[in-house]
Write a protein of this length. Structure first.
Length: 605
């Protein structure tokens, strides 16, 4: 078996366009350590040394064409020198590691060279005392994720009884510390069946195929090295329903510095959620679009002042919010992957009455107004989220997931094929624009969240409560997503301006589902004597200040006025106003009555 697969591997590599030295590992091809795709790595620097920049608030998102994903990448934050020994042709009977030195939290691939591992023979022979790391093995290869700094020795027994060992040294925590700082809380719908996992969970259950080469029916992470874009990983029919549970809940993470967005410089902290299968929503028409392999992301853009933006990927792009408007728990953003589709949303549809989230084309530039994927889909709500299960990076909430640091030096980083069949799957993270140019991806493929929020007054009634104003509003959500609208009762002096002199009298948050309505009543008294214009303003987010940048809908401020203070003879202004309101029609009635009486006398004479 081993000899046959070795021959197959050699034949496969003969037609691959790159010519990289390999050493046979069991029945697969093992790329030499250090030959892992040539992904550029930044010089030593701290993850905290991103350039200081004030946060811009303009809505002029870039509309440039997406950059070539294989162009020069944004600098990868790299405070640790990545060392790799180069094995030669005499490494038979040795255990090889794809890297001998790695940042803390970054998985290392291991493989037996020119031998076969005995069943259940992989061990972690030595590790730092405070480490909880373990070896995840699959046949002749395995993966180790060092979780603290120090040396780790992995052992494996071959079929002939030989014990092989390899030592990996983990050092440097800049990446993992930054990833932990903003790691999202990820909440799933109660009917979700596929969760974020390791790439190994897919690779070891797939065939590695190409039209112009011999297929590899038992690929490993080493098999992917230097494969051109003609290759694809394909699960056998039905295999995607057998979830590989040997691997822990995992969210990958990468850190890039000197990232440009809207003319400012940031550090991009990106979380990559990989799913074996994307079944779409069960029972929905969208299940016809089910496919193997799914990769979604959450990106935090931070500068020396802290995080400024959050961008979440979705079907045809994504959405972004300023950090101040992001729902957070102890500094960690709340993210809700859609049931079956896994698009990352910043709202939980389960918390709203009404429908879910409409199928969307997504906004790809500032002039686009389309939300429906195609006309027959208008009114169909394909995406739903929930919070039945929540993941956190440290287990403080729900299930704990592992943060697996990506550096670009992984042995599989140079794979140019697809994970999943052509047309279904996509490339590995390092081959995507989100890796090479994260700022450009955020600018060109995500839309400001408030642009996907819309509402209308279904009814609005103002009234007096002595010198207080009262408003009863029923709000209808006419946007594509459910949302918690901020409804404010505002006032200004009749001769003043809203931006300079406006005051918030009362405010409330009103959750409204898609295509649903909700009502609220607000009362408030202006802070000073005089006559005040009163209005109701609906905002996208609670922290919005004066102006209309984030106003969703505003009532006519000239339609209602309230008076505060005392007038002549100590008469309350509000009472005088009410008397004026009553006196005017009474006076008119008196005039009309007198006119009628006069006309009646003329008629009788």
């Amino acid at each position: 078996m081993t000899t046959r697969l070795q021959v197959a591997a050699v034949l496969a590599l003969a037609v691959v366009w790159t010519a990289s030295p390999v050493a046979a590992v069991g029945g697969t091809a093992l790329a030499e350590p250090g030959v892992d795709g040539g992904v550029a790595t930044a010089e030593t620097g701290s993850a905290e040394d991103a350039a200081t920049a004030e946060t811009g608030s303009a809505e002029d998102a870039a509309t440039a064409e997406p950059a070539d994903p294989r162009a020069t990448p944004a600098a990868v934050v790299d405070s640790e020198t990545i060392e790799a020994e180069t094995a030669d042709a005499e490494t038979a009977g040795r255990l090889l590691a794809s890297r001998t030195t790695t940042p803390v939290g970054s998985p290392v691939s291991l493989g037996v060279a020119d031998a076969s591992a005995a069943n259940e023979s992989w061990t972690l022979a030595d590790a730092p005392a405070e480490s909880d790391a373990r070896v995840y093995a699959h046949g002749d290869t395995a993966t180790l994720r060092p979780d603290v700094a120090g040396s780790y020795t992995v052992g494996v027994e071959t079929e002939d009884g030989t014990t092989l060992t390899a030592t990996v040294r983990a050092q440097g925590t800049d990446r993992i510390d930054l990833l932990r700082r903003y790691a999202p809380l990820v909440s799933f719908h109660e009917n979700e069946t596929y969760y974020p996992t390791r790439y190994e969970s897919f690779v070891y259950n797939a065939d590695l195929e190409a039209l112009t080469a011999v297929d590899d029916p038992e690929p490993s992470m080493f098999s992917l090295a230097e494969r051109s874009d003609g290759w694809e990983l394909d699960l056998d029919d039905g295999d995607y329903e057998r979830y590989d549970e040997r691997y822990p809940p995992t969210v990958y993470g990468s850190v890039h510095r000197d990232v440009e967005f809207r003319g400012e410089t940031y550090t991009a902290v990106t979380y990559w959620l990989f799913y074996v299968y994307d079944p779409k929503q069960p029972g929905s028409i969208t299940s016809l679009l089910a496919h193997q392999s799914d990769l979604e992301t959450v990106t935090v853009l931070a500068n020396d002042s802290g995080p400024q933006w959050l961008a979440a990927s979705q079907h045809y792009g994504g959405e972004r919010r300023e950090w101040r408007a992001v729902d957070r728990v102890d500094g960690h953003p709340a993210v809700y992957p859609a049931l079956g589709a896994h698009s990352n949303y910043l709202r939980d549809t389960g918390a709203f009455d009404g429908d879910g989230i409409q199928i969307q084309r997504q906004f790809v530039n500032e002039t686009s107004t389309d939300t429906a994927l195609f006309e027959p889909a208008v009114g169909i709500h394909a995406d739903r989220t929930g919070d039945a299960t929540t993941w956190s990076h440290d287990g403080s909430v729900g299930v704990d997931y592992q943060l697996a640091v990506l550096t670009g030096d992984e042995v599989w980083a140079s794979y140019e094929g697809t994970v999943g069949p052509e047309g279904e799957g996509g490339p590995v993270p390092m081959a995507r624009q989100r890796w090479r140019a994260p700022g450009e991806w955020v600018a060109g493929n995500t839309a400001a969240d408030e642009r996907q929020i819309d509402a209308r007054f279904q009814s609005l009634h103002f009234d007096h409560a002595r010198d207080a104003a009262a408003a009863t509003v029923r709000l209808g959500n006419v946007g594509p997503k459910p949302h918690s609208f901020r409804v404010r009762l505002e006032a200004k002096p009749v001769d003043g301006g809203w931006h300079e002199d406006g005051r918030v009298l009362n405010a409330t948050t009103l959750p409204v589902g898609t295509d649903a309505t909700a009502a609220a009543t607000l009362e408030g008294t202006p802070p000073a004597d005089g006559r005040w214009n009163v209005r109701v303003r609906v905002l996208a987010y609670p922290e919005s200040t004066g102006g209309s940048a984030e106003s969703v809908v505003v009532s006519d401020p000239a339609s209602f006025t309230v008076a505060v203070g005392e007038g002549p003879f100590g008469l309350p202004l509000w009472l005088r106003e009410r008397l004026r309101e009553v006196a005017a029609p009474l006076a008119l009635a008196g005039v009309l009555g007198a006119l009628y009486a006069t006309l009646s006398r003329f008629d009788s004479s």
